[in-house]
Design a binder for this molecule. Structure first.
Ligand SMILES: *Cc1c(COP(=O)(O)O)cnc(C)c1O
Length: 503
């Protein structure tokens, strides 16, 4: 039963039952409704005590309470408006009623004071030690022992030969494309359903992105669309320089058919695993299937250095060259000698220290994110119209973000409606990425849908929502999210039965 329904009391409820309901403890207010379910007033424990002191006995029904118009908030009021109302009247709870006067939500001050965020950094124990060591030894520069160790430790963790620690995942993609020979007017095939950081570096190099749709099974690059796109490009004699599949929301793409296709046309793969560090596919780490792979340690990713990235590969020369390019392409010489354009893309020794501490808890973070997902599945069980991002057999997702699609006709609310409803309760949820082929930035770029008449990324964008999923998301705030999603489900789902009304 929804929390709000458990708070309802009616004129036939006696003081004893009201006190018992209050001490159930969900909150210290009850919602007194009439026989039609319309809100008449709120009842606090103080109101019940005063009724007893006035000489009413425990069996008296709540009709003895004086009429008192409740302070209510309108549907869709901003958290700031609701807090102002609470402050103006010295109260900690404000109900929301629908157009018929039926209570549909209760704002609680303690919730409005504590936003629930999508994905926040989650520090562990040892980051501080590594960072302090860097301070003690004055290794603050970009390069240093933490950088070397972080590279070694991450490469070992994912089972790749070598790694270069960089200032961001975006920098890693830029360098990776450059290393694979992308030049002006070259083509790069790239997942359409992704964050813009995947595609921007294609433009940095003056190259042309071609966007490939997702498949429904993984939400990641569709081998069917890729196959069509490669065949057409081959016929034209303009194969891409690189294919860039992205692992969304903690899940690897279906790499086997993608690798087969890229082998057939002899095109190297750069895997954008910014969101899928810690995931695996057929027993192997996401991000290790291409010639190169990249990870991100941005603040919202599964592990973070506040900002940072990593380029991984098995070819030691390629990774060594990445390090060279990332430090202004400085030639080994006593003076400053430069033969080619370089970048300032190295990770600092301080941030690498944070990364080393974070890497120690990666497996734990994956378990925690998966547990968050599992709690959503259980807590929202029975709600019509919600479908989770699938996780096919032989894939192991980190569930970096819990993502779902909403069939609005069955759920009774659409993606924006749900997100706004959560925002009213200071809960941050987000739409699924808007595909690159729909971004004004990439107007005119070629796009290959999954099937001639089916664009999967468009459907996922239109119906997809990501829920708060931090590995440090506690049970209570997550229950708040679940409760609020249940409240926002269509009115049809609500049953204002008399059974609900008489406790
Ligand atoms: C976060 C992200 C990036 C970029 O990483 P930064 O470290 O923020 O530069 C690239 N691709 C995807 C899919 C991402 O989610």
């Amino acid at each position: 039963m929804r929390l709000i329904d458990r708070l309802l009391i009616n004129p036939n409820t006696c003081l004893r039952d009201a006190l018992a309901a209050m001490s159930d403890g969900a909150c210290n207010v009850l919602l007194f409704v009439d026989d039609a379910g319309r809100l008449r007033r709120t009842v606090t424990d103080g109101d019940l005590r005063r009724a007893l002191l006035a000489g009413h006995d425990l069996d008296a029904d709540l009709g003895v309470l004086p009429e008192k118009a409740p302070k209510i908030a309108e549907l869709g009021s901003s958290p700031a408006t609701v807090l102002a109302l609470m402050n103006a009247h010295g109260i900690d709870q404000v109900p929301v009623v629908d157009e018929n006067g039926l209570p549909i939500h209760l704002h609680l001050r303690r919730e409005l004071d504590q936003p629930v965020l999508l994905s926040t950094p989650h520090l562990a124990e040892h980051e501080r030690d590594f960072v302090e060591q860097a301070f003690r030894t004055n290794w603050i520069a970009p390069i240093g022992p933490n950088v070397d160790a972080f590279e070694r430790e991450l490469a070992a963790k994912v089972g790749m030969g070598h790694a270069a620690a960089l200032s961001s995942g975006t920098a890693a993609i830029h360098l990776g494309l450059h290393l694979l020979g992308v030049e002006p007017s070259d083509r790069v095939f790239c997942s359409s359903l992704t964050f813009v950081a995947t595609a921007n570096p294609i433009r940095y190099l003056g190259a042309e992105p071609v966007f490939i749709d997702s498949e429904p099974e993984t939400w990641n690059m569709s081998p069917a669309a890729l196959s069509q796109a490669l065949a057409a490009a081959d016929a034209e004699g303009r194969l891409p320089k690189v294919v860039m599949p992205v692992g969304l929301y903690g899940q690897s793409p279906d790499m086997e058919p993608i690798i087969d296709l890229c082998r057939r046309y002899d095109v190297p793969i750069l895997e954008d695993a910014a969101e899928s560090l810690g995931a695996s596919y057929r027993g192997r780490a996401a991000g290790t299937f291409g010639r190169l792979g990249i990870y991100s340690f941005n603040g919202n990713k599964i592990i973070t250095t506040s900002g940072g990235g990593m380029l991984v590969g098995d070819d030691p020369d390629l990774i060594e060259r990445a390090r060279f390019l990332a430090t202004q392409s400085r030639e080994p010489a006593g003076h400053y000698e430069h033969r080619e354009t370089g970048f300032n893309y190295r990770m600092s020794n301080i941030l690498a220290g944070i990364g080393r501490g974070q890497l120690e808890v990666l497996d734990e973070r994956v378990r925690q994110r998966r547990a968050v997902f599992q709690r959503y599945v259980e807590g929202l069980d029975g709600l019509a119209g919600l479908d989770w991002m699938p996780e096919p057999a032989s894939f192991h997702s980190t569930r970096w973000l819990t993502a779902m699609t909403i069939a609005s006709n069955r759920f009774g609310n659409d993606a924006d409606g749900l997100i706004n409803c959560l925002a009213d309760a200071r809960i941050e949820a987000r739409r699924v990425w808007k595909p690159m082929h729909r971004q004004p930035l990439f107007d005119g770029a070629a796009y290959w849908p999954h099937h001639e008449r089916e664009s999967v990324s468009d459907r996922l964008f239109e119906t997809g929502v990501c829920l708060p999923s931090g590995s440090n998301l506690d049970l209570a705030p997550q229950s708040r999210v679940i409760e609020r999603i249940r409240e926002s489900a269509g009115r049809a789902e609500r049953v204002w039965s008399s059974a609900t009304l008489s406790l």
